[in-house]
Design a protein around this ligand. Structure first.
Ligand code: HEM
Ligand SMILES: *[C@@H]1O[C@H](CO)[C@@H](O)[C@H](O)[C@H]1NC(C)=O
Length: 326
């Protein structure tokens, strides 16, 4: 069996296992199977082409989908360009992968004009990104419509790297996601990078104590301090998962367990008893207690996140260009 067949077979299996229980909010897998049968394969080949040039684009796409879903629901509102659009808000500053969505969209408009929403392209691209990075795959329920509102003022519902666990919990709960979903989804930090700027304050004079954040592993602290020197270039990029930033695996959770988390918000998941149990489980240090497998839980949590406040039926629109309202 060729690689392509194996991938299709995996998709099929995930679809059968997961979809009946979780098809929600009026979405269903294979929504385009008759209106634009090539929709999913075109998104896939587009993501793959960009990935082959720059493997870090997958991290960008996954984060882009998350930021889309947390503001106005998963409706492509993050893709809109404009002076006061959602993407201009501070938490959205480093987002990337927009060109991949635009590329897929222009191919799809050529093939089936006005049919495939930008919001769906983004949800599918996030799935393909995880798969290409060696993670699990799953059937993505589709049928989202694109929103007509995109405002930077609404981005405050996004979590920030300074949020303590109760704040992270509350922000996720307001989107219908529990602690299990929170920890599982933050596991997306197994791929991708951040700027020194986002965590440098943990390395020097943390909370004005004169010392670094005591939860940082001492050996790792020295390494981080040399990568991100005091008053140095804050835009230097650092892997969120120090051991395998290109591979979608569980080493991120091991790093959180060992004090090697980069973002303060990630490291705090070890300090709260509820989130800690879940991190511990994925890191493999609890045997037979929760026994949850990250590979299996991540797709379920993604399908939940991908369904946040979706617009279906006749609501919203199918944009012609993802960065512009019709
Ligand atoms: C408490 C929740 C979360 C916080 C505070 C948070 C915060 C951040 C921050 C500050 C960055 C670095 C951005 C940069 O420097 O450019 C980042 C990167 C990233 N985040 Fe999150 N995040 C959270 C949850 C999630 C979730 C739920 C996902 C996806 C399911 C996700 C996916 C990613 C990915 C893939 C990257 C790397 C992006 C890249 O390399 O371009 N994050 N996150
Ligand atoms: C840490 O920050 C506090 C408050 O800004 C300041 O008073 C103190 O001098 C700083 N300590 C060091 C070692 O830089």
């Amino acid at each position: 069996m060729g690689a392509a067949h194996l991938i299709n077979f995996r998709l099929l299996v995930w679809g059968i296992v997961i979809i009946p229980a979780l098809s929600q909010g009026g979405l269903k897998t294979g929504f385009y199977s008759s209106s634009c049968p090539k929709a999913e394969s075109i998104v896939r080949s587009t993501v793959e082409a960009h990935f082959n040039k720059d493997p870090t684009v997958t991290a960008g796409l996954l984060r882009l989908h998350f930021h889309d879903c947390f503001v106005q629901g998963c409706d492509g509102s993050i893709l809109i360009a404009g002076a006061s659009a959602e993407k201009t808000a501070r938490p959205n500053a480093g987002l990337r992968g927009f060109e991949v969505i635009d590329d897929a969209k222009s191919q799809l408009e050529g093939l089936c004009p006005g049919v495939v929403s930008c919001a769906d392209i983004l949800a599918l691209a996030a799935r393909d990104a995880v798969d290409l990075s060696g993670g699990p795959s799953w059937g993505v329920p589709t049928g989202r419509r694109d929103g007509r509102i995109s405002s930077s003022a609404e981005a405050s519902s996004l979590p920030t790297p300074l949020d303590p666990v109760p704040t992270q919990r509350q922000k996720f709960a307001s989107k219908g996601l529990d602690d299990h979903d929170l920890v599982t989804l933050v596991g997306a930090h197994t791929i991708g990078q951040t700027d020194c700027l986002f965590f440098q304050y943990r390395l020097y004079n943390f909370t004005s104590t004169g010392n670094s954040d005591p939860s940082i592993n001492q050996a790792f602290l020295a390494q981080l301090q040399s990568t991100c020197p005091k008053n140095g270039d804050g835009s230097k990029r650092v892997a969120l998962d120090k051991d395998s930033q290109f591979k979608f695996d569980v080493s991120f959770f091991k790093n959180v367990r060992d004090g090697n988390g980069i973002l303060e918000s990630d490291q705090r998941l070890w300090g709260d008893s509820s989130t800690r149990r879940i991190v511990e489980n994925y890191a493999g240090s609890i045997r037979g207690l929760l026994g949850l497998r990250f590979d299996f839980e991540f797709p379920k949590a993604m399908i939940k996140m991908s369904s946040i406040e979706v617009k279906t039926g006749t609501r919203g629109e199918i944009r012609k260009i993802c960065s512009k309202l019709n």
